[in-house]
Unconditional design. Sequence first.
Length: 95
Amino acid sequence: MSISRTQLIARVVEETELPRAVVERVFNQLLKIITDELTQGQEVRIYGFGTFLVRTRGARPGRNIHTGEALELPRMRVPGFRSSKTLRDAVANGG
């Protein structure tokens, strides 16, 4: 099971009793800041949670799924996430 953006916002509204409009604005701004920093090649570290970072995926062979034709996938920058030890321990121990 996964939680959607709408469900996440609703849960924050419920648990904080803040107005939905405020939570949505803060949530959207947080995502924008993380995206902006990653676009500039910066890491975003959230203590006790993890680090959002940019990884470089090297060029590699691939295949067109429709034709089966071999092709070369270019080198590219991709977003990544490295969880903190605190988060890993919480998940491993069920909360």
